[in-house]
Write a new protein. Structure first.
Length: 285
């Protein structure tokens, strides 16, 4: 095997598992799943020894990634992104609806980041990486890590629920003015609070509602499943809809509008909001 990339652990507060620390430090294994596969295949060594997923990393360790078989060089996707905040540690960008965050496709946000963000001047700078996901049809704010340490810390903030996310959606049908949806998803606890901002009568859908949403957990398709569960599916949803109430050709009316958190390194309060897309304003000017 031939060494593909090497990383020296220069700064780390406390020991952390390899599979958590190494996410984002290697260009050729950019996702958590590909990192886990590389570890299981014995392609990652720490201090010269083949590593396991349970291994803890400490300051001074040397991590080596060996060349993956038939791995082609990553190409960059030339696509302009709206950057709403950026410093040496992190960035917040706008993801348009109808675009993948990451994955095997070429046209992803992940592949476009390096073209749109400034290279960090910090010693542990790495390839910019999204630290959470938005569904393909969802528009809105996406948080990006620009250093090895920031990627780790931002992931931890999400796990501790210290990053507040606000969404806006247009849902159909008669709905309470505000409330909380506690409905398990994949047999796991899931909770969402909602508040109706505005309601309009609709010949086709009876009522259309502009709703503000605060997910308290982060399950897959949580907001879409929760609104569907109470009989108020999101307008344009192709997966969770009421028969004869589906809207086609306009996309999903779900938008990640605000990110709020304390910057883990500068300690400043970050509160970034992206206005609603034009298609929302056509219904609720």
């Amino acid at each position: 095997m031939k060494i593909s990339e090497t990383h020296n652990v220069e700064s780390i507060a406390t020991p952390i598992r390899l599979q958590e620390y190494a996410f984002g430090i290697f260009k050729t294994v950019p996702t958590k799943s590909s990192l886990k596969k590389a570890i299981k295949k014995g392609l990652i060594k720490v201090n010269g020894k083949i590593a396991t997923t349970a291994l803890y990393i400490s300051k001074g360790d040397t991590i080596e990634l060996f060349q993956l078989e038939e791995k082609t060089q990553r190409k960059h996707f030339d696509f302009p992104l709206d950057v709403l905040f950026e410093d040496d540690y992190l960035a917040i960008i706008y993801k348009p609806a109808g675009m993948l965050v990451s994955g095997n496709s070429f046209a992803t946000i992940d592949n476009a980041l390096i073209q749109n963000l400034q290279k960090s001047n910090l010693p542990n700078a790495t390839r910019p990486r999204p630290v959470h996901r938005l569904d393909y049809p969802t528009s809105g704010l996406l948080l990006i890590g620009k250093t090895t340490e920031s990627i780790i810390v931002l992931n931890q903030l999400f796990e501790k629920k210290e990053i507040q996310k606000t969404y806006h959606a247009i849902c159909i049908g008669k709905i309470e003015k505000k409330g909380e949806i506690n409905f398990p998803i994949d047999d796991k606890e899931a909770s969402t609070s909602f508040e109706v901002i505005e309601t309009a009568e609709s010949p086709r859908f009876d009522f259309l509602n502009l709703v503000k949403l605060h997910p308290k957990t982060g399950r897959k398709h949580q907001l879409r499943k929760h609104l569907f569960a109470i009989g108020n599916p999101i307008l344009g949803d192709k997966e969770y809809f009421i028969e004869n109430k589906a809207l086609k050709g306009k996309g999903l009316f779900l938008h990640a509008s605000t990110l709020e958190f304390t910057h883990p390194f500068t300690k400043e309060t970050i509160n970034i909001t992206k206005e609603l897309p034009k298609k929302f304003k056509k219904i609720f000017p």
